[in-house]
Design a protein around this ligand. Structure first.
Ligand code: PEP
Length: 227
């Protein structure tokens, strides 16, 4: 069925998972099954270690699949041991997840640091996907794609209700502009995806655990295909 008006973002967040071989296996399973549909935007955010090979496999396969990172440095290139600057990532990725709750909790990232990362991303033509845990969390200027990810729902099997997620998206759009695209993340599966995607203010998903399984990820895409 032909797609509708709104963009549907289906974004895989692999977190710290998958060897290069596993990543390539996933791409070769998922890639050929993604429908070529204008409004369907599928992105895989692999680990830094697999980005280059994932990108190559997508190019060779000519799959409608884009690549993102799960983070980038708040600094530019230079003497920042262990950091990966946006300028170094820009040839590999079009997107970067920023401000994920796991980074806020485990690496003490705050709004100021996340705003600096957003600046780095934008300066290097990388679309920032900022994660907010509620409508009160700051969305830095220049962000047009946001993931509402309540912490109680991340990796717990306990998603928010589609109605509440839609309400939060509505508040965020009121606050930051109707052109802000808001996606939902938190225990999304092929079983519950449809109930979220029918919500008028939601433009797709950020998917952790369920994205690791290639066939489950394809099922989620298929659930969203007609919208
Ligand atoms: C996430 O970590 O961004 C996420 C949505 O995880 P999960 O789907 O596993 O809840």
């Amino acid at each position: 069925m032909a797609g509708g008006e709104k963009n549907i973002w289906i974004i895989a967040n692999w977190k710290s998972n998958k060897t290069i071989a596993e990543a390539l296996d996933w791409v070769s399973t998922v890639g050929p099954q993604i429908p070529k549909q204008e409004n369907l935007k599928v992105v895989v955010c692999s680990t830094f270690t697999a980005l280059s090979e994932v990108k190559k496999a997508i190019t060779v396969g000519n799959f409608p699949l884009m690549v993102g990172s799960q983070d980038l440095s708040s600094f530019g290139v230079g003497a920042y041991t262990g950091e990966v600057a946006a300028e170094l990532l820009k040839d590999l990725v079009g997107f970067s997840i920023l401000g994920h709750s796991e980074r806020r909790q485990n690496f003490k990232e705050d709004d100021e640091m996340i705003a600096k990362k957003v600046v780095q991303a934008l300066q290097n033509n990388i679309t920032p996907l900022v994660c907010v845990q509620g409508p009160e969390i700051l969305v830095p200027g220049g962000c047009k794609l946001v993931a509402y990810e309540p912490t109680f729902a991340i990796g717990t099997g306990n998603p928010d209700t589609p109605e509440n997620a839609n309400q939060v998206a509505s508040i965020l759009k009121e606050k930051y502009g109707q052109d802000l695209e808001v996606i939902y993340g938190g225990s999304v599966t092929s079983q519950n995806a449809k109930s979220f995607i029918v919500q008028p203010n939601l433009a797709g998903f950020l998917i952790g655990k369920a994205s690791l399984d290639a066939m489950e990820f394809v099922k989620i895409i298929k659930e969203c295909e007609e919208f």
